[in-house]
Design a protein around this ligand. Structure first.
Ligand code: NAD
Length: 439
């Protein structure tokens, strides 16, 4: 789908008209969606500041070097990394303000800001100052979004600041792979023991025939995964075309139909278990509560929630989730903020947030992780069905003033599926351009 305003304001005349009319002036985002490189920061200049500390954590500098990044010097930096683990008193927060003010002034358009805070406070006063970093980053993200730049923060748990762990964080949050992720504050915990390597890991993606699912299947295949694509029989044609393109297996079946979960378990058995499980299939049946039929309620719950619970229960029972499995559930900003006319959809998507939080501990016993990805406004068939004015509002009500793409969401899923993201589990990664909804 074309964002006409985005194209229009790239011309000087369009920009002048937009300014005069008070319209948003989004800029094209710097994006990257190819396979992972060994060194994601190769050729990139970074600034590092450490307010409240004598110097940045040596492990952070080692992580940047390991990823091929170099100090920006006088040149504009593509990323500003803030070691905020020393922001433990009010004076250190003033140093954060002053150093970040200078650092952001040297940030290239479309640059990334990543702050690293700490969960290890020795007093309530320290906890307050460390928490200040999250408010600072969320506000900064709203200011720099109009330049296509983003800001995020990770709260480091005990033992989570090794060079290897931080290198993993930088691979996504300090690069163009996180183009539509902004204003997010996530817990980054200690790495667990790595899962055994498999020669060709297998991913299962539901709802793979189009939109976010197809983009995810393609993105995971680029990393060398064999992808089992699942979608309804009515979508057989695009599903078969995708499976041919990726040279992978497919299952054309309605996840809510009797017998489908058995078929799915058989298909997973044939490919030797699953290493990456993406519960992407989802539907909407929008209506206000007063007018909603039981059929509309049930249809949404069946696809968006009951099918996921049933598939996981059967795969668990059959022992088909391989050690180190990465599970991702597609939630939604509607599950966080609620949306009028979507009591069914919002309930189903909120349920997934509770589900990943509760399922993280049992999966951790097998070195696995599970997270929810909550897209904001993404340009797909689902959002194409919205009424024009609702669609235009949804597209602009975020810090980047534009919608995201299926590839943006797929990139976040590919990150969660990668070894680097092991420290993230039980959480919600919003891919929403810092949507103003539910912020
Ligand atoms: P989409 O409608 O383009 O694709 C969803 C896919 O799921 C379709 O191919 C559909 O055939 C499949 N599907 C539906 N019911 C199924 C069933 N019973 N069995 C098997 N497959 C089934 O949607 P999308 O925009 O790509 O969204 C993908 C996911 O992301 C959904 O869970 C959606 O709720 C979520 N999401 C999307 C947006 C957005 O802006 N597009 C925002 C928030 C969340």
């Amino acid at each position: 789908m074309t964002d006409r305003l985005l194209s229009f304001v790239q011309h000087p005349l369009g920009r002048r008209v937009a300014r005069a009319l008070g319209l948003p002036q989004p800029v094209p985002l710097l994006r990257r969606h190819d396979a992972w490189e060994d060194q994601e920061l190769a050729g990139r200049l970074l600034s590092v500041i450490a307010p409240g500390s004598m110097a940045p954590m040596p492990s952070l500098l080692a992580a940047i070097a390991a990823q091929g990044g170099t100090a920006a010097g006088d040149a504009p930096a593509s990323a500003l990394v803030i070691d905020a683990t020393g922001c433990r008193d009010v004076a250190a927060l003033q140093a954060l303000f002053m150093q970040a003010q200078f650092g952001v002034s040297r940030l290239a358009p479309g640059g990334r800001v990543l702050a690293l805070s700490s969960s290890g406070a020795a007093s309530a006063a320290e906890a307050a100052c460390l928490q200040a970093v999250s408010g600072f980053i969320r506000a900064l993200a709203k200011e720099i979004g109009r330049r296509g730049a983003t800001a995020n923060a990770l709260v480091l748990g005990e033992g989570a600041a090794s060079a290897e762990s931080l290198a993993g964080a930088l691979r996504f949050f300090a690069t163009d792979r996180s183009a539509y992720v902004s204003g997010q504050v996530l817990a980054w915990r200690k790495e667990a023991a790595p899962a055994p390597d498999r020669p060709q890991p297998v991913a299962l993606v539901t709802g793979a025939a189009g939109g976010i699912g197809a983009a995810t299947a393609r993105r995971l295949a680029r990393d060398g995964l064999r992808v089992l694509c699942v979608d309804v029989p009515a979508a057989r044609q695009p599903l078969e075309a995708l499976a041919r393109e990726l040279d992978g297996p497919l299952l054309a079946a309605d996840l809510t139909a009797a017998g489908t979960v058995d078929e799915l378990v058989d298909a997973v058995h044939r490919v030797g278990g699953v290493d990456v499980l993406v519960h992407n299939a989802g539907i909407t049946r929008d209506r206000t509560l007063a007018r909603m039929s039981t059929a509309e309620w049930d249809a949404v719950m069946a696809v968006n929630l009951a099918a996921i619970l049933a598939i996981d229960a059967r795969l668990d029972e059959a022992g088909l989730l391989n050690a180190g499995v990465r599970e991702v559930c597609l939630s939604s900003i509607s599950g966080i903020a609620g949306n009028a006319g979507q009591t069914n959809y919002s309930a189903s998507k909120a349920a997934l947030i509770g589900y990943v939080a509760a399922r993280a501990a049992p999966l951790a016993e097998r070195a696995g992780t599970i997270n929810a990805v909550a897209p904001g406004f993404i340009e797909t068939a689902m959002t194409r069905r919205m009424p024009l004015m609702v669609r235009e509002a949804g597209r602009r009500l975020n810090a980047l003033k534009q919608g995201g793409t299926p590839a943006d969401v797929a990139e976040a899923i590919a990150f969660l599926a990668s070894p680097a993201a092991h420290p993230l589990t039980g959480q919600v990664l919003r891919v929403c351009g810092q949507s103003l909804l539910g912020a």
